[in-house]
Design a protein around this ligand. Structure first.
Ligand SMILES: [Zn+2]
Length: 486
């Protein structure tokens, strides 16, 4: 279809903000899955008549941090608006949102594509609003839980710059990572705290006019986002090819059938009859407040990745993996600060440490492993105090106990055997004990050297210095050849 049609995709992302209280009242924000229904509610978020909303300052700060991280201009003069519609999960009969004057506009986010290129996606707006309640449908009727009613919600809307399921996925993944870096959202799509809705249309190549778009819902994973988007592009192309018209509607994604299906005709924006919220004053954000927020932004994932590649010489794959999670990245940065060597540290973290953590179902924040302790382990290997095999065992022990590597090595007698005289004795013993392999070696099968080294490593429970064993074994075997030849 790509030769005939151009995909035009925009993404709307709704992210609940991790504030302690709700957007316009003092109710706690609770886990929507674990908390008992309707236990975090009050007259304001239940929409009782006469109740007045009050803006949550922290939610505004979180919104500002996101807007700044997405390179938006911050609106100094913010107006909240009423979005009027009726639904059982919306007790007031309207949602307080931002319409004409959102907190952030004209931003952008760069995404990395699988072919190694980078693409800039425009951010049209970032605005604050409140979440609705949650409906559960059963055979005997529907249940509503208002715990979520009034939870601060951020809506992030792109320009129609996205052209494929892969780009949609790369963008959404980057947004989720950024929100987690900022500490404003857990990124838990299964719990619905992050909801992604693409608007998808196609138009004949060369055409300037937009085609009719559909909105896709029920996407609970990045894979569903990519597959659902690609399915929809193909479906629309087939409709147009068959001489039909795409209908403007909301469609759902069926995760097991791997296809989209029609849900309902889409309302136009004017159906909501937006008007300025009369119960809230305009929100003024002065430049000093914006400056404070900008100053508290952490180093963002793109900047970390670039620094790891350029300053530390890591590969793009290593840089991306280390920067993926902020806790890991900061742990890595702390280890570098403690004198670690970047390339070797990256190997230790991405291979050995991640394997040990995965086996235990833990994250870096769950274990008592200090960054400086891994640097110490690294230098013990470099100095030849222990070999790599032992170091891996020591690391596992460090993860469990939080003890430093030197203590573990001394307590366990794990130091590497680099005493030449001791190693010569062991090598000689192995040669004496194995006359068959010796004869074969002397007969020209010199690859058996590795076998002899392996025997010595076994005899020393892996603690011998392998390079030294290799050297001694070669020397002693060659001396046997001289003896045999004379
Ligand atoms: Zn409340």
């Amino acid at each position: 279809m790509l030769d005939r049609y151009e995909p035009v995709i925009g993404l709307e992302i709704h992210a609940e903000l991790l504030t302690h209280s709700k957007m316009f009242c003092g109710c706690r924000v609770v886990d929507s899955v674990e908390a008992a229904p309707n236990t975090a509610v009050c007259p304001v978020c239940l929409g009782m008549p006469g109740m007045l909303p009050v803006i949550n300052r922290r939610a505004v700060e979180f919104a500002m941090r996101v807007a700044l991280a997405l390179n938006c201009e911050i609106q100094n003069h913010n107006i909240f608006a009423r979005k009027n519609y009726f639904y059982p999960d919306l007790p007031k009969g309207y949602q307080i949102s931002q319409y004409e004057l959102p907190i952030g506009r004209h931003g952008w986010l760069d995404i990395a594509l699988s072919d190694g290129t980078t693409k800039r996606i425009g951010i049209r707006r970032v605005h604050m609003e409140e979440d609705t309640g949650k409906l559960t449908h059963r055979d005997e009727g529907s249940l509503v839980d208002y715990n979520r009613s009034g939870v601060p919600l951020l809506e992030i809307v792109t320009e129609p710059d996205i052209r494929s399921g892969e780009e949609a996925r790369a963008y959404a993944t980057r947004i989720r990572q950024t929100l987690r870096y900022l500490g404003v959202n857990s990124g838990d799509m299964e719990k619905g705290v992050l909801r992604i809705e693409p608007n998808i249309s196609i138009r004949p190549r060369g055409s300037e006019a937009f085609g009719t778009r559909i909105e896709l819902k029920n996407l609970n994973s990045f894979r569903a986002l990519a597959d659902g988007t690609d399915f929809e592009l193909d479906r629309q192309a087939a409709v147009l090819d068959g001489g039909g018209k795409v209908i403007q509607e909301t469609r759902g994604w069926h995760d097991t059938r791997r296809e989209t299906f029609s849900q309902r005709a889409k309302e136009e924006a004017e159906d909501y009859r937006y008007f300025a919220e009369p119960d809230l004053p305009p929100l003024f954000i002065d430049p000093a407040w914006i400056q404070t927020m900008r100053a508290t932004l952490p180093e963002l994932p793109q900047a970390k990745e670039a620094r790891y590649r350029i300053d530390f010489g890591l590969s793009p794959v290593e840089a991306t993996a280390l920067a993926d999670d902020r806790a890991v990245a900061e742990w890595f940065d702390a280890a570098i600060g403690a004198g670690g060597k970047p390339k070797s540290l990256a190997n230790w973290i991405l291979n050995d440490l991640f394997r040990l953590l995965n086996e235990r179902g833990l994250t870096i924040s769950d274990v008592p492993l200090a960054p400086a302790a891994l640097v110490e382990l690294q230098s013990l290997v470099d100095r030849g105090t222990i070999n790599l095999t032992t170091a891996r065992e020591v690391l596992a022990e460090m993860l469990e106990s939080g003890r430093d590597p030197t203590t573990i090595i001394e307590a366990g007698g794990l130091g590497q055997i680099s005493d030449e005289a001791a190693l010569i004795a062991i090598v000689d013993q192995v040669i004496t004990d194995n006359p068959g392999p010796l004869t074969n070696y002397l007969g020209g099968k010199e690859s058996l050297l590795g076998w002899f080294v392996g025997q010595v490593m076994r005899a020393t429970r892996g603690q011998a210095n392998p390079a030294l064993v290799n050297e001694i074994a070669r020397r002693r075997l060659e001396e046997k050849r001289d003896t045999a030849g004379s």
